[in-house]
Design a protein around this ligand. Structure first.
Ligand SMILES: *[C@@H]1O[C@H](CO)[C@@H](O)[C@H](O)[C@H]1NC(C)=O
Ligand SMILES: *[C@@H]1O[C@H](CO)[C@@H](O)[C@H](O)[C@H]1NC(C)=O
Length: 567
């Protein structure tokens, strides 16, 4: 009997674990698989516009809901940080492309800022040519470096006017505006971009944006707002896909998909059918919510049943989960050329029934509790435990549930808490090695995985966590005006995996780790010297001109005295 640690928020109870000793240490974990990935497997790294670009009001960019949310202060974001400058990525394109080349990635996943391209969000109002020029040049620069752009259209930074005028994703009109925006992007970038992701992790976007209020736009429309927002997002995705299919695909020959994030849910007790059902429910409320309409034409049955029943018990005439009409089902079904999967960690799941009278909420609708095993390595972030075997199970689940789609892993990575400047991130190396190895096993299982995107290129603005969570292969010195980047040990290790396209043999793989740790301790010294260096910079910037001016003055005075003495 072991206690299970409380995870993040209130719904996770401190339970005495029912995890028997038999469940500890999964068999997959024990056997590391040496081997290589299929030829042409695409290795990449990812980021998003709002988290990195900065330049929030430059060159004609309009405000996003996240600009407004962060500027409001009041503890919305840890330390009331903003992303006004972030990594200053808008001005550091060449530097960042150099880092991508150094990593040897074959693709880079990034997002376009909708309000940078359409300042009011509405194409008919105004198109910002400077925004188009910026991304166009960025895409060209990537292609010159042989890096395939994988472009996300919407990664949470909705143009503020759409929120103010229409209620954002509460309003189905936003789907039309999104579709217009998507068409603009296909039109101006589609000759060079062949991989499109419509939405990034829409589940978190609607849950934190419209249910808990932790994210922009900060609404708490419990048990209703998130379902409505998701409904419109699914329609918006389908609309964009259909536009691409009918208007652009013929010429451009690209792919359009969606990126859905989900952790794995493992039953606490696999011999207890209630736990097994609860774990299945966890996955359906997480991944199935979006993937089922797109692959099968409707919400998962278990979501329709639960939310419908609870809505009735709460005295509502209709379910809080919106319904697709027959026509809509046909329209939405089959609108993804690939499945983008984001994945970070795993939870144990057990059933718990929440009475309907507790009121509507997403958590209550699911009737389950999430737990973690205290033996899982905790990487410093409160929610993110390293559980590689869960990744393989999720990949297998996605394959069987959605008819063996091509899968791109669009996000996977580990953060480091605290402002510590340690570049020797051995734990991130462990995470990366473990997770990519489980992905390799999933490929051997027969899952059709086309590529992997490690999250993330840089340390960056981490939403409500400000700059306190660091996901980057490159450490960013946020206190320095120039936002310099320094490679962590994991950057070099990832490059080795990419170059070898897998894990050749124990000796070589072990040598990568040792080499990476050796290099990072040298880099650590450079970073430690950073305050000194910037101090020296200051000295040359201020002291040198001052001294020079003084010298000239003294010389002038001496000359004057000399001349006076002579006369
Ligand atoms: C939704 O947007 C339309 C304009 O497209 C507007 O007329 C309507 O009032 C909006 N609805 C809500 C609930 O904001
Ligand atoms: C996608 O476009 C192709 C070619 O125009 C067409 O045959 C097909 O029916 C379209 N798919 C859907 C689902 O509309």
């Amino acid at each position: 009997m072991k206690p299970v640690r409380v995870v993040t928020i209130w719904w996770v109870l401190l339970l005495v674990s029912r995890l028997g000793a038999t469940r500890r240490g999964s068999p997959e974990e024990a056997s590391f698989y040496y081997g290589t990935f299929p030829l042409g497997f695409s290795w990449g790294v990812g980021s998003s516009a709002f988290q990195t670009e900065g330049a929030w009001d430059q060159d004609g960019k309009g405000p996003s809901i996240w600009d407004v949310f962060t500027h409001r202060g009041k503890g919305k974001v840890l330390g009331d940080e903003t992303a006004d400058v972030a990594c200053n990525g808008y001005y550091k394109v060449q530097d960042d492309i150099a880092l991508l080349r150094e990593l040897h990635v074959s693709h880079y996943r990034f997002s376009l800022s909708w309000p940078r391209l359409l300042p009011t969000g509405v194409r008919a109002d105004q198109v910002n040519e400077k925004g188009i020029k910026f991304y166009s040049e960025f895409i060209d620069a990537l292609l010159r470096s042989n890096i395939t752009p994988v472009v996300t259209l919407h990664h949470w930074d909705l143009p503020q006017p759409l929120q103010v005028k229409y209620g954002g994703w509460q309003n189905v009109s936003t789907a039309d505006y999104f579709s217009d925006y998507a068409n603009l992007c296909f039109e101006v970038f589609g000759d060079r971009v062949k991989h499109w992701v419509t939405f990034s992790d829409p589940r978190t976007m609607v849950e934190k944006g419209y249910e808990t209020g932790y994210h922009a736009p900060g609404l708490k429309l419990r048990g209703t707002g998130l379902y409505r927002a998701a409904h419109h997002i699914i329609k918006a995705h389908a609309q964009a896909w259909h536009s691409y299919n009918s208007t652009w695909r013929g010429k451009q020959q690209g792919l359009v998909g969606i990126s859905l994030n989900c952790d794995w849910g493992e039953p606490v007790d696999i011999s207890n059918p209630k736990d097994v059902e609860a774990a299945e429910r966890y996955l359906q409320f997480c991944l199935g919510w979006f993937a089922n309409p797109i692959y099968a034409g409707d919400y998962p049955q278990v979501m329709k049943d639960r939310i419908g029943r609870k809505s009735a018990e709460q005295g509502l005439d209709t379910s809080r989960l919106p319904a697709f009409s027959l026509q809509e089902k046909r329209y939405v079904k089959g609108t993804s050329d690939f499945l983008g999967l984001g994945h970070f960690t795993t939870r144990y799941i057990t059933e718990r029934n929440y009475p309907s009278r507790q009121g509507p909420s997403y958590q209550n609708d699911r009737d389950l509790v999430e737990l973690v095993d205290p033996n899982w390595p905790d990487l410093g972030s409160q929610w993110l435990y390293s559980v590689p075997w869960g990744f393989r199970r999720l990949l297998n689940f996605a394959q069987t549930q959605y008819g063996d789609p091509p899968i791109y892993v669009t996000e996977n990575g580990a953060s480091q808490k605290s402002h510590c400047t340690q570049l020797c991130d051995e734990w991130r190396i462990h995470y990366l090695k473990g997770y990519t190895n489980e992905m390799l096993k999933a490929i051997k299982d027969g899952v059709n995985i086309k590529g992997y995107t490690a999250w993330s290129l840089l340390d960056k603005f981490e939403w409500e966590k400000g700059y306190s969570d660091r996901y980057g292969f490159y450490y960013v010195e946020f206190n320095n005006r120039n936002k310099p980047r320094y490679p962590k040990a994991s950057a070099q290790y990832y490059t080795k995996i990419i170059t070898a396209n897998g894990f050749p043999n124990p000796r070589e793989v072990e040598s990568w780790r040792l080499k990476a740790l050796e290099t990072c301790s040298i880099n650590n010294q450079v970073l430690a010297a950073e305050p000194l260096l910037s101090h020296m910079q200051m000295v040359t910037e201020i002291l040198v001109p001052t001294v020079c001016t003084l010298c000239v003055l003294i010389a002038a005075v001496l000359l004057m005295l000399l001349l006076r003495g002579q006369s």
